[in-house]
Design a protein. Structure first.
Lengths: 179, 286
């Protein structure tokens, strides 16, 4: 492409780009089922209903130094005594769904990112916006994914994932290992 | 078989690395390719990381601090990255310099991995020699490849997928926190973030397979854009994006374009195209 046709193309695109649209950067990756296969292969597992008590939340927070936002856990116990956990990590600007595999000794064997949402606008402060993700509603996420292309520039650090792993390791220590 | 797709994302290289692969392959085959791609990126992460005291780069930094004049043998990965880094340093008269790490350690942007390292009055790129034997040093330096290795990791993931034996057309996109390579770039558009309004992006066509963007985005952090001459951490309101044939080149050239947007001769010498973006002036080609 020569420079003139490029400039023309850019100005055409720019007309759209200057609309005051606030975009949320969101992307879907693996489904829960894909992550489960990737992390645990065909090992059978059963979902276990877990609701953390106030004392347990307090203990996990104290040990991991990470806030516990959800008292309900989405966990599956595998035949070998390991765990498959679907959970959410929330940072200042990001909101990430992950699937984790913990072995029977409470060691992280691996994890996969399921969805990634990033925003710098009013949405984060808006409880309604946040609430729409709490049910891990993948239909909603797929809809968001359609507007996303490759984005260059400005990235967040992965610190919150480390925090999330720390919190879940202590959740295993405090709760799951006794189940 | 119909067109199939896999998207995966992993925290690596200090950012989120996104790999998307599309091909006439089944789920298992796509998964295997994605595993290969992340293996290549993990290898670069483990080899060239400044933060990791067990990385090859940390071994080299300890050697560089020891005062030994003997060369230290290095891996192919480190050789390729250092070769481009030193070529760019020479071409830019030292404006690109991977030995500004002491300054980044001093301001807390990099960890103090090497406790006894000399931080002030350390050497620069001219004290580093790359030969068949490896790297040798005339003065104690600390090397950080943060301005170039992310792009190299993207290239390695792409190369690993290209080396597969599946004999089908594979469309692969790798995006390591904005340093990206798109195999079908001619048909792709990209959104470049406004540095001061991160919710907005400037949409433009891809002009080469690789693109990288650099800026000081988060005001709570110190700028990591160190001017090698003055040692100053530059804070600027613009971002620079560079299109190039390879992501390592694009990544490294953004540092030059950021530090001196008035002179794009080196960017052009390496067949790159550089753009400056801010919300006041929009997009400007350098």
């Amino acid at each position: 492409m020569d420079r003139r046709s490029f400039t023309k193309m850019v100005s055409l695109l720019a007309a759209g780009a200057y609309l005051p649209a606030v975009q949320v950067h969101a992307k879907t990756y693996l489904t829960i089922d894909q992550a489960r296969k990737l992390l645990w292969g065909s090992e059978p597992m059963e979902q276990v209903p877990v609701t953390l008590s106030k004392d347990q939340i307090k203990a996990i927070k104290k040990a991991s130094k990470v806030r516990v936002r959800n008292d309900k856990l989405q966990v599956w116990k595998t035949e070998s005594g390991g765990w498959f956990i679907v959970d959410q990590v929330i940072g200042k600007h990001e909101n990430i769904d992950l699937a984790f595999a913990y072995d029977a000794e409470g060691k992280v064997m691996g994890f996969e990112i399921l969805t990634y949402r990033e925003t710098y606008g009013y949405e984060v402060a808006n409880p309604k916006w946040k609430a729409q993700f709490n049910g891990l509603d993948y239909k909603e996420h797929l809809k968001l994914d359609k507007q996303i292309k490759n984005i260059s520039g400005a990235t967040l650090s992965c610190r919150h994932i480390t925090d999330g792993i720390n919190r879940l390791s202590h959740t295993w220590e405090q709760v799951l290992r006794h189940l | 078989m119909r067109r199939n797709r896999i998207n995966r994302c992993k925290p690596l290289l200090g950012t989120y690395v996104d790999v998307s692969i599309e091909a006439d392959l089944d789920d298992e085959q796509l998964l295997d390719l994605s595993i290969d791609a992340f293996e290549a990126i993990t290898r670069v992460h483990d080899t060239l990381g400044f933060h990791n005291p067990d990385s090859e780069l940390s071994d080299v930094n300890r050697w560089a601090q020891s005062g030994s004049a003997e060369p230290i043998a290095i891996s192919e990965d480190l050789r390729r990255v250092m070769e481009l880094a030193l070529n760019l340093s020479a071409a830019s008269d030292g404006l690109f310099d991977v030995t500004v790490a002491p300054r980044l350690v001093q301001q807390g942007s990099l960890p103090h991995v090497h406790r006894d390292a000399i931080l002030s009055g350390a050497g620069n790129w001219q004290d580093v020699t790359l030969s068949d034997e490896g790297l040798s040093f005339r003065a104690p330096v600390l090397i950080d490849l943060g301005g170039i290795a992310k792009g190299y990791a993207v290239d390695q993931a792409i190369a690993r997928i290209a080396a597969n034996k599946m004999h089908v057309d594979i469309n692969v996109n790798v995006n390591a926190g904005g340093d990206l390579y798109l195999s079908n770039w001619q048909e792709e558009c990209v959104g470049v973030r406004y540095p001061d309004e991160l919710n907005r992006h400037y949409d433009m066509p891809m002009l080469a397979p690789a693109l990288a963007t650099s800026a000081c985005y988060f005001s709570e952090q110190d700028s990591v854009m160190i001017h090698p001459g003055s040692g100053e951490a530059l804070v600027r309101g613009y971002s620079v994006s560079v299109f190039a044939e390879h992501c390592m080149l694009a990544d490294a050239l953004t540092k030059l374009a950021f530090l001196n947007p008035g002179d794009s001769s080196v960017v052009r010498q390496f067949n790159g195209r550089a753009f400056l973006l801010d919300s006041q002036n929009g997009l400007l080609e350098l």
